[in-house]
Design a protein around this ligand. Structure first.
Ligand SMILES: Cc1cc2nc3c(=O)[nH]c(=O)nc-3n(C[C@H](O)[C@H](O)[C@H](O)COP(=O)(O)OP(=O)(O)OC[C@H]3O[C@@H](n4cnc5c(N)ncnc54)[C@H](O)[C@@H]3O)c2cc1C
Length: 445
């Protein structure tokens, strides 16, 4: 996302641009693949503010405002146990004891009241510490973790309060959560069509083996097949640790920078079950499923570390074919069931739990499954590295704002545009914002 967005913005700014992708298909973590006539996304994606955020802004900046056809999400649904209702804060809070509903009510009121200046004071306050001002109850903590986890996939103890409040306000106020026609890959493809429109090129199966450094500056790259190219500006959205240590080489950076980059931590992991159905069994676009009401924080942590695997797991369940029926053969339906998981686990066992959880949501699907498959962290790792974490460098209190790696590296000529450097927002929006931030700097020079 960061690479394609940066490519489009630089090409639009009149720079000769070449985008290089090592995979056969573009998009990295935000991509889609074809299976038996279905277009299947990697993982489960929903775009927090859709066209209204940085993803849409990249299109507007390159004078292609309609390059992505967004479908704004209809009323999402919440299922707790077997009770179904509107996915609203009020309904979610019904899973809590009365006293905690009151405590969290005060927390949400405070979030609505805070001014940008107040929020600025909270950048380095861990979210857990801030939530403690309202409640110390593990269920209330798990509730906030459930919301924050959807955004950033880092722990409550290390998540940054200001980014949580900013993103919450943006998502709630914009009411723009959306999904692109054509599947997730439609977004990077739109940016790459911008690269081509403004005279640039992109190549797939073009892995960079080495960034060429001469006289203390990055000046080009050498591909796996030995081809070399030269450029005054090299932008990487590959794994930041690999970029520094393998593609460039640690000897070209100050020692404290290398140490800092090597010590960065990633966001957590998720996995997703993909189910292809012979017929349409639901009109839901998004269903949030809580099998047991709100889990307490301790159980959630144990589950994330793989210690505990319940019979059913909570899920973010999307039906992409209800946004865009052309993603499946006529009359068929595709449903994704995503959940948090450890980096490594017995995927067979997890696969069974996800399938059971899916059937708990949609008993009607029994007997109608054409095939199902799992996207695990190992698959994400194969596409885009970084141990298969979902977002990039974790948005934790020690890795945010001016504590986050800058889009400008200490090596002249080498820049970063990804969910690993600079930027603000959720996942893909963070990566696109990082590209915006970098291109503003580069085009002002
Ligand atoms: C399961 C899952 C669910 C997610 N859900 C959401 C969601 O709902 N909403 C949301 O906004 N975001 C979501 N995200 C996060 C989002 O997809 C990522 O944060 C974002 O796409 C990262 O973009 P990036 O620019 O950092 O690049 P990456 O996606 O990390 O891509 C890096 C690219 O660099 C390429 N590359 C690496 N090395 C080389 C090399 N040597 N030469 C050439 N190319 C190379 C890789 O092949 C890859 O294409 C999810 C991610 C996953 C995995």
């Amino acid at each position: 996302m960061g690479g394609a967005a940066a490519g489009a913005l630089m090409a639009h700014a009149g720079r000769r641009t070449l985008v290089l992708e090592k995979n056969k298909i573009v998009g990295g973590r935000c991509t889609s693949y074809e299976k038996d006539g279905f277009i299947v996304d990697l993982g489960v994606h929903l775009f927090g503010v859709g066209d209204k955020g940085s993803l849409g802004d990249v299109c507007r900046r390159i004078d292609m405002p309609d390059a992505i056809a967004w479908v704004t999400i209809d009323q999402p649904v919440l299922q707790v146990g077997d009770k179904i209702g509107k996915y609203s804060r009020a309904n979610m809070m019904k899973t809590l004891p009365k006293e905690e509903t009151d405590n969290l009510g005060r927390l949400f009121q405070e979030m609505a009241r805070l001014t940008p200046a107040d929020i600025d004071e909270l950048w380095y306050v861990p979210l857990e510490e801030w939530v403690n001002r309202f409640s110390r109850d593990p269920k209330a903590h798990a509730f906030i973790q459930m919301i924050g986890g959807q955004y950033f996939r880092v722990g409550l103890d290390s998540a940054r309060t200001a980014e949580f409040i900013n993103s919450f306000q943006e998502v709630v106020m914009a009411r723009g959560s959306a999904y692109p026609r054509g599947g997730c890959i439609a977004i990077p493809k739109a940016y790459l069509s911008g690269v081509e429109k403004y005279g640039g090129r992109y190549l797939t199966e073009a892995g960079v083996r080495r960034v060429i450094v001469e006289n203390g500056a990055a000046v080009g790259g050498r591909l796996e097949d030995g081809t070399e190219f030269r450029a005054p500006v090299i932008i990487s959205n590959a794994d930041i640790k690999v970029t520094v240590s393998d593609l460039v080489g640690p000897e070209h950076f100050p020692a404290d920078y290398v140490e800092r980059i090597n010590g960065l931590t990633w966001s957590y992991h998720c996995m997703a079950l993909k189910v292809a159905l012979e017929e349409r069994i639901t009109g839901h676009q998004l269903l949030m499923y809580q099998p047991y009401g709100t889990e307490d924080g301790k159980n959630l942590e144990r589950k994330l570390s793989g210690e505990l695997l319940p019979d059913l797991v909570p899920g973010m369940v999307t039906a992409p074919t209800n946004y865009d029926p052309s993603l499946a053969p006529a009359g068929r339906q595709m449903i994704f069931y995503g959940t948090a998981c450890p980096a490594k686990a017995d995927w067979k066992k997890w696969g069974k739990v996800l399938l059971d959880s899916f059937f708990a949501c949609y008993p009607r699907a029994k007997g109608k499954v054409l095939w199902h498959r799992l996207d695990t962290p190992d698959l994400v790792n194969a596409y885009a590295g970084e141990s298969g974490n979902i977002i990039g460098v974790g948005q934790t209190v020690d890795q945010i704002k001016d504590r986050r790696p800058s889009v400008v590296t200490p090596l002249p000529g080498l820049y970063l545009a990804s969910a690993e450097a600079g930027g603000h927002g959720i996942g893909t929006e963070l990566a696109a914002d990082s590209a915006r931030e970098l291109c503003d700097i580069l085009t002002a020079q």
